[in-house]
Design a binder for this molecule. Structure first.
Ligand SMILES: [Cu+2]
Length: 106
Protein backbone atom coordinates (compact mmCIF):
# COMPACT_ATOMS: atom_id res chain seq x y z
CA UNK A 1 0.00 0.00 0.00
CA UNK A 2 2.76 2.43 0.96
CA UNK A 3 4.60 1.53 -2.23
CA UNK A 4 1.62 2.43 -4.42
CA UNK A 5 1.35 5.87 -2.81
CA UNK A 6 5.05 6.61 -3.42
CA UNK A 7 4.74 5.49 -7.02
CA UNK A 8 1.72 7.79 -7.60
CA UNK A 9 3.56 10.76 -6.07
CA UNK A 10 6.64 10.11 -8.20
CA UNK A 11 4.53 9.78 -11.34
CA UNK A 12 2.62 13.03 -10.85
CA UNK A 13 5.85 14.90 -10.12
CA UNK A 14 7.20 13.62 -13.42
CA UNK A 15 4.07 14.28 -15.51
CA UNK A 16 3.21 17.83 -14.45
CA UNK A 17 6.40 19.59 -15.62
CA UNK A 18 6.50 17.49 -18.82
CA UNK A 19 3.02 18.67 -19.86
CA UNK A 20 3.96 22.33 -19.51
CA UNK A 21 6.12 23.15 -22.58
CA UNK A 22 3.70 21.53 -25.07
CA UNK A 23 0.85 23.67 -23.76
CA UNK A 24 2.92 26.88 -23.99
CA UNK A 25 4.26 26.35 -27.54
CA UNK A 26 0.96 25.85 -29.38
CA UNK A 27 -0.57 29.35 -29.10
CA UNK A 28 2.87 31.00 -29.43
CA UNK A 29 3.48 29.74 -33.01
CA UNK A 30 0.09 30.97 -34.24
CA UNK A 31 0.64 34.34 -32.55
CA UNK A 32 3.87 35.17 -34.45
CA UNK A 33 3.43 38.53 -36.19
CA UNK A 34 5.74 39.89 -38.87
CA UNK A 35 5.95 43.55 -39.84
CA UNK A 36 5.56 44.53 -43.47
CA UNK A 37 4.80 47.25 -45.98
CA UNK A 38 2.07 46.71 -48.56
CA UNK A 39 3.39 47.07 -52.12
CA UNK A 40 0.32 46.00 -54.08
CA UNK A 41 -3.30 45.08 -53.35
CA UNK A 42 -5.14 42.68 -55.70
CA UNK A 43 -8.76 42.68 -54.54
CA UNK A 44 -9.95 40.43 -57.40
CA UNK A 45 -7.48 37.64 -56.67
CA UNK A 46 -7.44 38.21 -52.87
CA UNK A 47 -3.69 38.75 -52.98
CA UNK A 48 -1.28 41.12 -51.31
CA UNK A 49 2.31 41.92 -52.26
CA UNK A 50 4.20 42.59 -49.03
CA UNK A 51 7.76 43.74 -48.36
CA UNK A 52 8.16 41.76 -45.15
CA UNK A 53 10.64 41.33 -42.31
CA UNK A 54 11.90 37.91 -41.16
CA UNK A 55 9.03 35.41 -40.74
CA UNK A 56 10.23 33.22 -37.87
CA UNK A 57 7.49 30.57 -38.06
CA UNK A 58 8.21 30.01 -41.80
CA UNK A 59 12.02 30.45 -41.40
CA UNK A 60 11.88 33.06 -44.17
CA UNK A 61 14.30 35.98 -44.50
CA UNK A 62 13.09 39.52 -45.36
CA UNK A 63 11.86 39.90 -48.98
CA UNK A 64 9.05 41.22 -51.17
CA UNK A 65 6.55 38.56 -52.21
CA UNK A 66 2.89 37.75 -52.91
CA UNK A 67 0.57 36.29 -50.26
CA UNK A 68 -3.03 35.13 -50.52
CA UNK A 69 -5.35 36.40 -47.79
CA UNK A 70 -7.67 34.12 -45.84
CA UNK A 71 -10.49 36.69 -45.84
CA UNK A 72 -10.89 39.32 -48.61
CA UNK A 73 -12.09 41.77 -45.91
CA UNK A 74 -8.47 41.85 -44.70
CA UNK A 75 -7.72 44.02 -47.76
CA UNK A 76 -10.17 46.73 -46.70
CA UNK A 77 -8.41 50.04 -46.11
CA UNK A 78 -5.06 48.81 -47.42
CA UNK A 79 -3.12 50.50 -50.21
CA UNK A 80 0.51 50.58 -51.37
CA UNK A 81 2.58 52.04 -48.52
CA UNK A 82 0.33 50.72 -45.71
CA UNK A 83 2.26 49.42 -42.70
CA UNK A 84 0.95 46.12 -41.38
CA UNK A 85 1.65 43.26 -38.98
CA UNK A 86 0.55 39.83 -40.11
CA UNK A 87 0.69 36.10 -39.51
CA UNK A 88 1.24 33.80 -42.50
CA UNK A 89 1.12 30.04 -42.95
CA UNK A 90 2.11 27.71 -45.78
CA UNK A 91 -1.03 26.56 -47.64
CA UNK A 92 -1.80 24.99 -51.03
CA UNK A 93 1.75 25.43 -52.30
CA UNK A 94 1.73 29.13 -51.45
CA UNK A 95 1.53 31.41 -48.46
CA UNK A 96 -1.67 32.50 -46.77
CA UNK A 97 -2.13 35.50 -44.47
CA UNK A 98 -4.34 34.23 -41.64
CA UNK A 99 -4.25 37.36 -39.47
CA UNK A 100 -3.62 41.00 -40.36
CA UNK A 101 -3.36 44.13 -38.23
CA UNK A 102 -2.97 47.64 -39.57
CA UNK A 103 -0.17 49.85 -38.34
CA UNK A 104 3.38 49.22 -37.15
CA UNK A 105 2.46 48.41 -33.57
CA UNK A 106 4.51 49.76 -30.70
CU1 LIG B 1 8.90 35.96 -48.14
Amino acid sequence: MKHAWILAAALSAFLVPAAHPARAEQPAAAAVLTTGEVKKVDREAHKLTIKHGPITNLRMPPMTMVFRVKDPAMLDGLSPGSQIRFHAEEADGGYLVTRLLKGKGK
